[in-house]
Design a protein around this ligand. Structure first.
Ligand code: UGA
Length: 423
């Protein structure tokens, strides 16, 4: 099938490359010339396990990249996968979605065949019908008989996105008619996951509800963990016992420093904003964010209980990425912790296997090390912020600390005598 994916960001790039792996003829539309160059050379502009191999396999064969929208005029499906960043009030900024829809519509004028425009970006319910559809119809001068509309959310985890794409739990296709929905179904032929067919606004809501529920599981585990810690109970033992109930499930119950990243904080905020616009008071969702915002700095309080004031002391922060397997620091819990440590006058030193260049842009003046040992040498305290598997091997490096006071924000270390944030 001839597919265009608009947006060569994280979702668009992974989806486009994986569609080419499924055998389709794909064109990525991306405005950034540096990204276009990198993709043409077979080098993904982001780090994602397995992506480089697939890109090298398909680049310039059945995967092309362009700065313009010309390929829309000969395509059978156009996926819109541009960003929907948070605005200051928490709502989603839909200006990129609208601009992409207008550009797609203009190029569809010259497409002689039936084409389906599919929203893959995470958008508030109603966006496809109220913004995308009219923008495409007006710009193309065509009718809804000639263009189909649909919404097909992504459920890709950063760091594991290729695996999630090729082995999904489910594929959600929201469409207003069966013709457009059937065509999207064909794109995923070859994958074994169940396909859920819904209306367009339900598909949009499934994405928000899924992320909000996962975020809720994490904040719930953290709150239980905070209570457990006071009672001397190991929350990981508790959640193991809780998660084996098939109605609950064992995943996303890992208590710790809370959730970061480009999705959970942004999507829960957008859902809160949507609820308020519609006269609802989303008490539970607000609490999910409140628990999450307070969680990381509890680690500093534990540290202060052990070493007194952090002023003038050397504090090592291990892990800067919002989770393992990525260099992404968006909404990383480490940012909140470093900010508070600096406010309190601590000397912060940091290590991360991938994320140092990004963190340097936010905190240019703290000291960064290329090794765990470098960061720990002479430190008066250590905070572990990311669940990097390599941290489980840290052992003798802790002997380099001036005072061995370690507080873990993720349950990853194997060293004995380490205090956890909520265990
Ligand atoms: C999340 C969802 O998991 C994907 O399904 C979704 O497609 C994606 O958002 C999106 O909307 O695009 P992602 O943000 O990449 O994926 O990362 P997760 O693996 O979900 O982790 C998010 C945060 O939660 C991380 O900071 C992680 O450390 C934290 N977390 C995760 C916990 O604190 N405890 C857990 O048990 C699990």
């Amino acid at each position: 099938m001839k597919i265009v994916v608009v947006g060569g960001g994280y979702v668009g790039l992974v989806s486009g490359i994986c569609f080419s792996e499924l055998g389709h003829d794909v064109t990525l539309v991306e405005i950034d010339p540096a990204k276009v160059r990198a993709i043409r050379e077979g080098k993904p502009p982001i780090y994602e396990a397995g992506l480089a191999e697939l890109l090298q396999k398909h680049a310039n064969k059945n995967l092309h990249v362009s700065q313009g929208y010309e390929s829309v005029s000969s395509s059978e499906i156009v996926f819109i996968a541009v960003g929907t960043p948070s605005q200051p009030d928490g709502s989603a900024n839909l200006s990129y979605i609208e601009a992409a829809s207008i550009s797609v519509g203009k190029s569809l004028k010259n497409n002689p065949s039936y084409c389906v425009v599919v929203v893959k970006s995470t958008v508030p319910p109603g966006t496809t019908d109220k913004i995308v559809k009219p923008a495409v119809i007006i710009a193309s001068g065509k009718t809804e008989k000639e263009i189909g509309f649909a919404m097909n959310p992504e459920f890709l985890r950063e760091g594991r996105a290729v695996e999630d794409f090729l082995h999904p739990d489910r594929i959600v296709i929201g469409s207003s008619d069966s013709r457009s929905g059937n065509r999207i179904g064909q794109v995923y032929q070859g994958l074994t996951a169940p396909i859920i067919r819904t209306g367009i606004t339900s598909a949009e809501m499934i994405k928000y509800a899924s992320n909000a529920f996962l975020a809720t599981k994490i904040s719930f585990s953290n709150e239980i963990g905070n209570i457990c810690k006071n009672l001397g109970i190991d929350v990981y033992e508790v959640m193991k016992g809780v998660g084996l109930d098939t109605r609950i499930g064992p995943l996303f119950l890992n208590a710790g420093a809370g959730f970061g990243g480009s999705c959970f904080p942004k999507d829960v905020s957008a859902l809160i904003s949507l609820a308020k616009e519609n006269g609802e008071n989303p008490i539970l969702l607000r609490s999910v964010l409140e628990v999450n915002d307070q969680q990381p700095c509890r680690m500093i309080r534990i540290l202060e209980r052990k070493i007194g004031t952090v002023k003038g002391k050397r504090i090592a922060v291990l892990g800067l990425a919002f989770k393992d397997n990525t260099d992404d620091i968006r909404d990383s819990r480490a940012i909140l912790v470093i900010r508070e440590l600096l406010q309190k006058g601590a000397r912060v030193v940091a290590y991360d296997p991938l994320a140092i260049p990004h963190m340097r842009e936010i905190f240019p003046d703290i000291e960064y090390f290329g090794s765990v040992a470098g960061a720990l040498r002479g430190a008066n305290g250590c905070l572990v912020m990311t669940e990097w598997p390599e941290f489980s091997k840290i052992d003798k490096e802790f002997d380099l600390m001036a005072e061995e006071v370690i507080v873990e924000g993720r349950r990853v270390l194997s060293r004995k005598g380490v205090e956890g944030i909520c265990w």
